[in-house]
Design a protein around this ligand. Structure first.
Ligand code: 5GP
Length: 253
């Protein structure tokens, strides 16, 4: 492991060169950050849970024909993914008002939206990932019109899939963020869902109680983040039957 070439270290993950050309190993750290890294902590087991949960969602997406960068999970903390050129946008889909949208528009958190709303933020930590419009994206050449059509279609398909999976286990998908990458197959480029899909990048509320089962638990000091993520994994059948929210996360392969 130590001899592998590190390509990039982000807030929650490290990317290493993969074993074959065109592949990357994505390592999930236990680090949690919020508010553009002004709040930081190490949450034991978070990386293991996110690796497994992201594998679960990405595999499901691949299975229903939504292309992702995911190839396979390698171990508790690492997964093999296709190397891709990340489009410098955070693509956010919202079903209910929460977070920055609720604040920006003065809406009560939890208000149902008339339809899924897709927002784009520029991936730039120094600027705090500002909201941008399609006009900015086109004018500055961050993505083409064809890319934007494909991104919108991918985002809505991910939303339908994730909302359905979550509904099946009694969880409301309030909103989420994805990142999109370009992969090249010979002369052709296509877009794939990249990065990760996990409770770090979604808002997940228990349908019955409204309990938050996502990173807002950390952002807003609402209790144990590991307990919340373990609960999501447990409901999805990814935890051994005996495991409770109080035990250290051990995942079923
Ligand atoms: P908001 O704009 O309300 O802060 O976030 C909307 C959704 O996108 C939430 O589910 C949030 O977790 C996710 N999101 C927004 N920005 C980021 C980010 O920089 N990192 C991660 N992991 N998720 C983000």
């Amino acid at each position: 492991m130590s001899r592998r070439k590190k390509i990039y270290e982000g807030k929650a993950k490290i990317l290493y060169e993969g074993p074959e050309p065109g592949t990357i190993v994505q390592y999930f750290k236990d680090d949690a950050t919020a508010f553009n890294a002004q709040k930081k902590d190490v949450i034991e087991g978070k990386g293991v849970l996110n690796n497994r949960l992201s594998e679960y969602f990405m595999t499901g997406l691949n299975t229903i024909g939504v292309p992702t960068h995911f190839i396979r999970r390698l171990n508790m903390r690492e997964q093999l993914v296709r190397s891709c050129e990340i489009i410098p946008l955070e693509v956010i889909v919202r079903n209910f008002a929460a977070g920055t949208m609720a604040k920006r528009l003065g809406m009560e958190e939890g208000t149902q939206l008339p339809r899924p709303i897709v927002e784009y933020c520029l991936k730039d930590d120094k600027l705090g990932d500002p909201l941008v419009t399609e006009e900015h994206i086109a004018a500055f050449g961050w993505a083409s019109q064809q890319d934007m059509d494909d991104i919108l279609s991918l985002a809505l398909r991910v939303n339908d899939f994730m909302a359905g999976v979550m509904y099946g286990v009694g969880i409301r998908l309030v909103d989420f963020k994805i990142e999109i990458g370009r992969v090249y197959d010979g002369d052709f480029q296509r877009l794939v869902v990249a990065d990760e899909i996990s409770p770090d990048s979604c808002r997940l509320w228990d349908i019955e109680t409204g309990r938050k089962l996502d990173k807002d638990v950390f952002r807003r000091d609402l209790g144990s983040l590991t307990d919340a993520y373990t609960e999501v994994a447990r409901r999805l059948g990814l935890m051994p039957k005996a495991a409770t929210a109080m035990t250290k996360p051990t995942l079923i392969n």
